[in-house]
Design a protein around this ligand. Structure first.
Ligand code: FMN
Length: 169
């Protein structure tokens, strides 16, 4: 699939069939995640690949926007132990966001559906997800990406808005 086609075709999918995502597809998604740009090559990220049905069910109550049933979730976390020092530390958010978008685009490319559910900076949902995963506070759960075979097909879209573009010549 051409990049432009994937960009336009990618929409948030929140309904999935029960068909599992294969290990091969999961590997493709994680490879895509780690192919993104990274500030100073720190790679301050961790990816928790969740297929455990009880854990997936528990994620649904993490926030009121995560009540989604999917065969797979990838939780993208920032690892503060690998972050840049001092006032550059927050670059982990941009690194992990680029990785997240890569997962969404590769999922589209593989014929899968996905939705990015933001956790950080919502304090309680973020903590809840970490508790469920059993990870310490040196990690921060940026989001849960639900992934699966789509049971809905949102229309491709082009939300171009000229008013948001300033041409500085
Ligand atoms: C930072 C961020 C947080 C989001 N959080 C949620 C969420 O908690 N639940 C959800 O269903 N969608 C969530 N979304 C998906 C947006 O609702 C969706 O991308 C937006 O409505 C545009 O629609 P589209 O993805 O189909 O183009 C989030 C997207 C981003 C970038």
């Amino acid at each position: 699939m051409e990049v432009k086609e994937a960009l336009l075709k990618r929409r948030s999918v929140r309904k999935f069939t029960e068909e599992p995502v294969t290990e091969e597809q999961i590997n493709e998604l994680i490879h895509a995640a780690m192919s993104g740009p990274i500030a100073c090559n720190k790679r301050p990220w961790e990816f928790y690949v969740v297929t455990n049905p009880e854990m997936l069910k528990a994620f649904q109550s993490a926030s009121r926007f995560t009540k989604i049933s999917a065969p797979l979730a990838i939780v993208v976390c920032g690892n503060l132990k690998r972050a840049l020092p001092l006032n550059m530390a927050d670059f982990w958010i941009q690194d992990c966001s680029a990785a997240t978008e890569n997962i969404l685009l590769r999922a589209t490319d593989l014929g899968l559906g996905a939705v990015w559910c933001g956790m950080y900076p919502q304090r309680k949902p973020e903590k809840r997800v970490r508790e469920l995963l059993g990870i310490d506070d040196k990690r921060i759960a940026l989001n849960i990406i639900y992934i699966g075979h789509p049971a809905q097909e949102p229309e491709p879209k082009d939300w171009y808005e000229e008013a948001c573009v300033y041409r500085v010549k």
